[in-house]
Design a protein around this ligand. Structure first.
Ligand code: UDP
Ligand code: MG
Length: 325
């Protein structure tokens, strides 16, 4: 297989209902582009019929289809990472399997790359998600904009195109807990964003629970900013200095005006509430420290980030077991 112009990487986790619809729209959209392409599906440990459907699709279009089968569920970003490690195209597009990102937009992303951009992000117009998800995304975008150097309007949309140089840099980063669009941005020299359509999930439900969404956002923040840690050192310093100043003030008051005024001073705050507040602050600070230390621990162990059971591709009909670092 010679290097195609475009590789499309799609993570798949329990998408048996969406896959037939995806195949029906993706391949005609790509054929229409008149650019050589390959589609790499990465099955992230699906427990439904996704693998059988991917095998069928591979048999139907073996010259442009490759399928990576994970041994278990390693998460969307690791699935994309495995796709990056196996793709051969000079431009790489990522896409969700549930058709929330219309495959017909791929041509528009590539047109931006033709203009010289090495990273093309996307902004979802009329985002079709729950109000809660939209609100949470807006809050995370706001925080990320302020505490990292990453500038993008809509960090959550996976419909993106990357130049091979960027994908190679991502591969050599060997990150375990990462957020690929943000990591890619740090390597881009001429990034841009375009508005894209957004659709409701074609079928099935979101594969992200509230818990995994929170984890993912911690990956985004801790992976690209140490401001949360620095805020705590500043806050700690502020509280320490303030308490010393107040304490000195109390002593002076006591010394000059006797105990009655000091009573008034201490009544300024309810001690219990202050105690709760400070304990909460300390616990949150500790937890935050744990978020970073946990990631250092995982990185230091440098275990394989995912385990591939088999790769289906034209030159390699054999199943192979391999792990990727
Ligand atoms: N996905 C995955 N592994 C996971 C969770 C999700 O490969 O552990 C895939 C999923 O099949 C889909 C994409 O990642 O192709 C985005 O997931 P989803 O649509 O559920 O996320 P949402 O749109 O709700 O953010
Ligand atoms: Mg989705």
């Amino acid at each position: 297989m010679t290097s195609p112009q475009v590789s499309v990487v799609i993570p798949v986790y329990n998408e048996e209902q969406s896959l037939p619809l995806l195949f029906a729209r993706l391949y005609p959209a790509l054929d229409k582009l008149e650019r050589s392409y390959e589609v790499i599906f990465v099955n992230d440990g699906s427990k439904d019929r996704s693998v059988a459907l991917l095998r069928e699709q591979f048999a139907r279009r073996p010259e442009v289809t490759r399928v990576i089968l994970f041994n278990g569920n390693f998460g969307q970003h690791m699935a994309i990472m495995a796709g990056f490690e196996h793709c051969r195209g000079s431009r790489i597009v990522t896409l969700d399997a549930d058709l929330q990102n219309p495959p017909e937009e791929i041509g528009n992303l590539l047109a931006q790359m033709d203009l010289g951009h090495d990273y093309v992000g996307s902004i979802r117009m009329l985002r079709q998600d729950t109000a809660f998800r939209r609100l949470a995304s807006r809050a995370m975008n706001w925080i990320r904009e302020r505490i990292t150097k990453i500038r993008m309007a809509d960090q959550g949309c996976m419909l993106r195109a990357y130049d091979r140089l960027i994908v190679d840099a991502i591969k050599s980063s060997h990150e375990i807990n990462t957020f690929i669009p943000a990591l890619a941005y740090t390597y881009a020299s001429n990034p841009t964003e375009i508005p894209v359509a957004h659709e409701e999930r074609a079928a099935g439900e979101s594969k992200y629970s509230m818990y995994s969404l929170i984890r993912l956002n911690f990956d985004l923040i801790t992976g690209f900013s140490i401001v949360p840690l620095q805020v705590f050192s500043l806050l700690g310093m502020f509280i320490a200095i303030t308490s010393v100043v107040v304490y000195i003030g109390v002593i002076i008051e006591r010394w000059i005006l006797a105990a009655s005024l000091m009573d008034g001073l201490t009544a300024l705050w309810d001690r219990d509430i202050l105690q709760f507040f400070l304990t909460g602050l300390v616990l949150f600070g500790l937890g935050l420290l744990g978020e970073y230390v946990g990631r250092i621990y995982q990185q230091a162990r440098s275990r394989p980030r995912f385990l591939i059971q088999a790769v289906l591709e034209k030159d390699n009909d054999e199943c192979e077991v391999q792990s990727a670092k």
